[in-house]
Design a protein around this ligand. Structure first.
Ligand code: HEM
Length: 402
């Protein structure tokens, strides 16, 4: 983070350093550079060999709705302290794959182990060879043992049978979708694993930050609740149309992703010699094949110079203010929580709907939120996905209770 903030005002917003013998790094916080990497010169950059070696061996996702229901059922009694972040992490995993019964514990343990090691490997690059991968490979085997029977069973279905299932919204899963255009069990396993790993922490981390901020701004909670009650009502499950109509809720989620993009740091490896724009009156920055270019939506989205001046409608960019979105739209490439270009997050629409759904169910039921942790001790903890370092300990106060 200190490195990302290093370029002085007026510089090209990029710094460069080298780890001998051959690893050159560029770290940028310039929207034009990010645009160049992710779209204009997309073919010049890839995820890099470390990333590909990590994602070689993988698996699933099946049903969504279950998780939402189990989350709602686990909400605490009015006024009781609950670690909301832990609950959200469990719920988003439930929404995708998690088996029930005795397999459950082994699955979650393996999933956590695989993800933790992946994060360590990425964070330690280029010194990742020192990381012990024994548990990692064991974890992958456990996950595979769970998912492969589902993949194989699905592949016994003919294209016509899958098409028939597709006519029913309820029975058709992501697995059927994959099986309808690829018959290779390994490819299907990899796709499922990719979606599962990409979707859990990001989707759990974002509402965690939202609750964290909302606990500090009771007036925003009240305004959200008012919007939900007048649009959806106090008990009914929201429909897709309801969710689309909740403008303030959408702004609140955007504001959360602006201050706390779930993937705060990212990188690409140059696949060939190329350049990044130097800006008006400056020569381009040379990037050589094999160089790593790191960029940070987190730092970029907090750059004051990219925002309009502070006014009554537009709060300081470092302040959580969903209201700003009523009169302001970020310029393209200056708001990138889901990345951009051909590798934009495929789960973007799904996750925005899912998070809105979560928020609606809680806002319907609870009229007030109280923080039960130590504000001062909280840190922005970023492995690959960012979360509040101490979770989100809160008490929720049910409507109609003292
Ligand atoms: C708040 C929630 C989420 C955020 C902020 C988010 C953000 C991102 C970002 C920044 C990337 C680009 C990573 C890169 O290329 O370096 C990405 C990729 C991806 N996301 Fe998400 N994501 C979220 C939820 C989800 C969910 C729920 C799913 C699945 C249902 C998902 C599936 C994927 C997949 C499969 C990729 C890889 C796409 C590719 O490389 O071609 N994401 N996401």
């Amino acid at each position: 983070m200190r490195l990302y903030n290093k370029p002085p005002p007026g510089s090209q917003n990029v710094i460069e350093f080298e780890i001998p013998p051959s690893n050159r790094f560029l770290i940028t916080r310039d929207p034009d550079h990010i645009k160049t990497i992710l779209t204009t010169k997309f073919a010049d950059f890839g995820k890099g060999p470390t990333f590909h070696s990590l994602w070689k061996s993988f698996f699933d996702l099946a049903k969504f709705e279950r998780g939402v229901q189990s989350f709602v059922a686990q909400l605490p009694r009015s006024g009781e302290t609950v670690q909301l972040m832990g609950l959200l992490y469990r719920a988003t995993l439930d929404m995708t794959t998690v088996p029930t019964g005795p397999q459950r514990r082994a699955f979650i343990k393996a999933f956590d182990e695989v993800q933790k090691t992946q994060m360590r490997i990425v964070m330690m690059y280029p010194f990742d060879a020192f990381i012990d991968r024994k548990e990692y490979y064991r974890g992958i085997k456990t996950l595979e043992a769970f998912i492969m029977p589902f993949v194989e069973k699905t592949l016994t279905l003919t294209a016509e049978e899958i098409e028939e299932i597709g006519k029913s919204d309820n029975d058709f899963t992501f697995l059927h979708g994959l099986a309808s255009f690829r018959r290779d069990p390994k490819v299907i396993r990899d796709q499922i694993m990719a979606v599962l790993l990409a979707g859990r922490d990001t989707t759990a981390g974002t509402p965690s930050w939202a609750f964290y901020e909302l606990a500090a701004y009771p007036e925003n909670w009240a305004r959200l609740r008012e919007e939900v009650l007048s649009t959806v009502g106090s008990h009914k499950a929201p429909t897709y149309d309801d969710l689309k109509n909740l403008r303030y809720l959408r702004y609140m989620l955007n504001e959360t992703l602006r201050l706390y993009p779930a993937v705060p740091y990212n990188m690409r490896a140059a696949l060939q010699d190329t350049t990044l724009p130097g800006g008006p009156g400056r020569s381009d920055n040379a990037v050589l094949k094999g160089d790593t270019v790191a960029y940070s939506p987190y730092v970029m989205q907090r750059r004051r110079d990219l925002y309009p001046p502070v006014t009554a409608e537009f709060a300081d960019p470092l302040i959580f203010s969903p209201e700003r979105w009523y009169s302001w739209q970020p310029k393209s490439w200056e708001f990138l929580p889901f990345n951009g270009g051909p590798r934009i997050c495929v789960g973007q629409d799904f996750t925005m709907t899912e998070m809105a759904y979560f928020m609606v169910r809680i806002l319907q039921r609870y009229e007030r939120l109280e923080y039960r942790g130590d504000w001062e001790a909280q840190l922005h903890k970023a492995d690959i996905v960012a979360r509040p370092s101490l979770g989100v300990p809160v008490a929720l106060f049910e409507a109609g209770h003292a």
